[in-house]
Write a protein that binds this ligand. Structure first.
Ligand SMILES: CC(C)(COP(=O)(O)OP(=O)(O)OC[C@H]1O[C@@H](n2cnc3c(N)ncnc32)[C@H](O)[C@@H]1O)[C@@H](O)C(=O)NCCC(=O)NCCS
Ligand SMILES: Nc1ncnc2c1ncn2[C@@H]1O[C@H](COP(=O)(O)OP(=O)(O)OP(=O)(O)O)[C@@H](O)[C@H]1O
Length: 197
């Protein structure tokens, strides 16, 4: 079974992903893969530099993530330009990791993909698990975690589909407004049901 774990920025995907990891499931994390494919010396980083200019490269030659983030979360056009460059590379590496884990004999694999719905990757997974929170909680947690202003946080939230839409496309939803313990209990119930099917 391939579980697609998704939600929106700061809704709690990494929190749930860590719980799944502790339960022994192998995780493929799109955000981690997104960093691997733009490491120094990659073709993808070279293309990003050509399109966005030298200013998004740090002195040590690596990607200046903060600068690129400021650009793409404030311009749908620039965001699409970046997505068109980087998403094929992310997809390829995620599929490679999935095949590797299957070859190693893993029966259940978790793919943590923030943009599962936006990138229409539903068919890559068997079960979709959406981690959701209210808009107020999402905004408050994002501002606290990243030290963002209200505008910075809103720009990031608005660059993704609303959580209400994602909930409708889920096989199961975890409501992460409460305690970590409540989230873990919901997760374990969902896994028990899926395993018994
Ligand atoms: C713009 C970048 C350099 C900013 O880096 P930064 O370290 O600040 O953020 P990080 O990579 O940790 O992403 C944080 C969250 O932002 C959201 N996010 C990232 N990229 C996008 C995007 N293109 N569109 C909408 N939301 C996005 C996701 O919820 C993600 O979990 C980086 O996010 C990036 O390379 N984005 C493009 C790749 C991508 O789409 N990643 C999302 C997973 S596929
Ligand atoms: N149930 C909870 N109670 C209190 N704080 C929480 C809870 N769940 C998550 N958080 C906090 O909220 C923030 C966002 O959670 P997390 O990093 O798991 O979200 P995410 O969906 O993985 O975000 P991103 O898309 O940016 O990677 C973190 O600072 C985390 O510690």
């Amino acid at each position: 079974m391939i579980i697609g774990l998704t939600g929106s920025i700061a809704s709690g995907k990494s929190t749930v992903s860590n719980m799944l990891k502790n339960l022994g499931y192998p995780i493929i994390d799109a955000d981690v893969v997104a960093r691997i494919v733009v490491e120094k010396g990659t073709k993808t980083l070279e293309t990003i530099k050509e399109v966005f200019g030298e200013e998004i490269i740090s002195e040590d030659g690596s990607l200046n993530r903060e600068k690129l983030g400021d650009i793409i979360f404030n311009s749908p056009h620039k965001r699409k330009q970046l997505n068109d460059i980087i998403h094929p590379a992310i997809r390829e590496e995620m599929l490679r990791q999935k095949e590797e884990l299957l070859t190693e004999g893993h029966k259940t694999i978790v793919m943590d993909i923030p943009l599962l719905f936006e990138s229409k990757l539903q068919s890559y997974v068997n079960k979709i698990l959406v981690v959701t929170v209210t808009e107020e909680t999402q905004l408050a947690r994002l501002m606290a975690r990243n030290n963002f202003t209200l505008d910075e946080a809103k720009a990031r939230i608005q660059s993704q589909l609303p959580l209400s839409i994602k909930e409708q496309g889920a096989d199961a939803v975890i409501y992460n407004n409460g305690t970590i313990q409540s989230t873990e209990e919901q997760l374990k119930k969902i896994l028990a049901i899926w395993k018994s099917e």
